[in-house]
Design a protein around this ligand. Structure first.
Ligand code: B12
Ligand code: SF4
Length: 522
């Protein structure tokens, strides 16, 4: 096989930016898989050039001019940017491949703009693509490994790519690592609820941690595991065998059910500095918070006590919530979250608007059957910029009013000061303040207020939310145009529209009854 010139882009940002927070953080949002694909391509004897796009690079200058094939890794929020890049490269004869969350969630749509769309990706899948390496029109080829890869190249093998990306991170340098794939829990909204849990090779983890101590005085590792610490003893045992306690700082997403006091003590001993447990809802998903059937106020009290216990051992805690779940109705869920903020002032609250990402999660099929989806352009599907389905128990203005009220409460002066007082360590304390007053706290508040205002004053805007029309409000078109900048002209016509019912239609043999406004979509 001839030696190929391979490009890989990891889209850690969906647009160009000059924001300070983005400067500090975006290079730390790089994904593991583009680096893994890079190692596999090199192993197969090809030339690889890797770019992690953080929003500060000039894509037109940094994409090498003479590629045979380009792999792009994208979240759905960066899908339109990925489509525009692909279209520009295909016009020059380059073969394009899409992988990552967007490819897993919207393979049908992505197939219109790429030669290959990859689901689960292992070395064999990548080699198949490289061997074939040809144009596929009008629809790209969809390929997927039967399951998540059993092992992936570790930090040592990925080091050249990691180092190049971290050079762009001025203060915090987070090394991305993965110890497991899948999850044994079955939260119906989650992409991993049907992916079996598997611990990766702990020998590689041990070797990587030792290697990192030769590269940094005090490394900082971000675990990308969907739910860190399921096989807690095996994993912590591997860390303890590999490196002296507390010599590496770690960040992980883990469910509260795994964070018992003995586990917290062991995590603290081993340098865990930040944890992101998902609470999600006061009326659902009790299994992962170890609150069982206790709901409402009872669950708030139990979770607040538990989070305060976590904060005694771990300096930085972010609690994640999903807003707009079907189990929520009226003001009570929001009032309970406010109560939680007051009871656990040290935790930073992360809010996600319920989003149905294509075919990611089992419950999405049900949402589509209920005809509740709205075809918001992918650019806004990041859990914050849009909720792409009608809430079951709220009118839109009412829902946004609750979200605004909760966000105001969470980032009020009082809450910010109480968070400062409840946070012992210097860096976490000021990180919380910056997050609250930057795009995440105040910025979102302004954005939600803008959406709410238009919902109550602009009939056409409201009609789009009510599924009365599929004409996208100019508010959204203008943002995409601005964010894509010069690449806007390369975005294929109609790419801002997609069929939100594609998953359902691909499953049902009978014609599907979807809202009138959606019939022409896609
Ligand atoms: C770790 C994680 C993060 C980390 C690390 C992000 C990163 N850059 O990798 C952090 C906390 C930073 C993060 C942030 C965000 N996240 Co996140 N995150 C996850 C999580 C928990 C695990 C993903 C993971 O690494 N799995 C392990 C890998 C090996 O498996 P995989 O992702 O399935 O990948 C397989 C294939 O897709 C493929 N593949 C993956 N990437 C690539 C790339 C190429 C080039 C190729 C060829 C193949 C390929 O190979 C893998 C092996 O089979 C998932 C939820 C989950 N339970 O999976 C959400 C998830 C991916 N995140 C999600 C979202 C929405 C976000 C945010 C937009 C949230 C926000 N508003 O800030 C940001 C976006 C950040 C960014 N632009 O980089 C969504 C994505 C949905 C979507 N379609 O876009 C998910 C699915 C959660 C959800 N809501 O359902 N996230
Ligand atoms: S515990 Fe987390 S990773 Fe596991 S299924 Fe639930 S939301 Fe997904």
């Amino acid at each position: 096989m001839r030696k190929l010139r391979i490009g890989i882009i990891d889209l850690a940002s969906k647009s160009s930016t000059r924001a300070l927070w983005a400067r500090v953080m975006n290079a730390n949002l790089s994904s593991i898989m583009p680096q893994v694909v890079g190692v596999w391509c090199q192993r197969a004897g090809h030339d690889v050039s890797m770019l992690c796009y953080t929003g500060f690079e000039d894509l037109e200058k940094e994409i090498p001019p003479d590629l045979d094939i380009m792999f792009i890794g994208a979240f759905t929020e960066a899908a339109l940017l990925a489509y525009a890049i692909s279209s520009r490269l295909r016009a020059k004869g380059v073969i394009t491949v899409l992988g990552g969350p967007h490819a897993r969630c919207y393979p049908e749509d992505a197939g219109k703009y790429f030669d290959y769309v990859l689901g689960f990706t292992d070395e064999a899948v990548v080699n198949d693509v490289l061997h074939d390496c040809s144009r596929h029109l009008p629809l790209g080829v969809r390929l997927s490994a039967p399951r998540q890869p059993a092992d992936i190249p570790g930090v040592r093998e990925r080091w050249a790519f990691i180092e190049a990306t971290l050079r762009k991170a001025p203060l915090i340098k987070l090394v991305p690592m993965l110890a497991s794939t899948g999850c044994p829990y079955t939260c119906s909204f989650c992409i991993d609820s049907s992916v079996p849990y598997r611990l990766l090779n702990t020998d590689v983890i041990r070797e990587d941690l030792r290697f990192l101590l030769t590269r940094f005085k005090r490394p900082l590792v971000g675990w990308h595991d969907p739910n860190f610490g399921i096989r807690f003893d095996d994993l912590m045992g591997a860390i303890e065998e590999a490196v002296p306690p507390g010599s590496i700082d770690f960040i992980a997403e883990s469910s509260l059910s795994l964070l018992s006091e003995p586990h917290l003590q062991r995590l603290q001993r081993n340098g865990f500095k930040a944890l992101l447990p998902g609470v999600e809802s006061w009326f659902d998903l009790g299994e992962k918070s170890r609150t069982g059937t206790v709901q409402g106020e009872g669950k708030v009290l139990r979770v607040a006590e538990h989070i305060n216990l976590v904060l005694r051992y771990i300096p930085y805690v972010q609690t994640n919530f999903v807003l707009g779940l079907d189990s929520d109705a009226g003001s009570e869920p929001f009032a309970l979250t406010k109560r939680f903020i007051d009871l656990s002032p040290g935790a930073f609250p992360g809010y996600s608007l319920l989003t149905s990402f294509g075919e990611a999660a089992p419950i999405n099929y049900q949402y589509q059957r209920e005809g509740r989806l709205i075809g918001f352009p992918f650019h806004f599907l990041n859990n914050n910029c849009a909720m792409n389905m009608r809430p079951k128990n709220y009118a839109w203005p009412e829902f946004y009013q609750h979200v605004i009220d909760l966000t105001q409460h969470s980032f009020s002066r009082r809450a910010i000061f109480r968070r400062i007082a409840a946070t012992g360590a210097f860096v976490p304390r000021w990180l919380n303040v910056i997050r609250a007053i930057s795009s995440e706290g105040y910025g979102r508040l302004r954005y939600y207020a803008d959406v709410h205002r238009q919902l109550v004053t602009d009939r056409a805007f409201r009609d789009y939310f009510e599924q009365e029309t599929d004409i996208l409000p100019p508010f959204y078109v203008a943002q995409i145009k601005k964010d894509l900048g010069p690449l806007w002209t390369s975005l294929p016509e109609r790419a801002i529209y997609h069929d939100p019912y594609a998953f359902l239609k691909s499953k049902e043999t009978e014609p599907v009854d979807v809202p009138i406004a959606m019939e022409s979509a896609g």
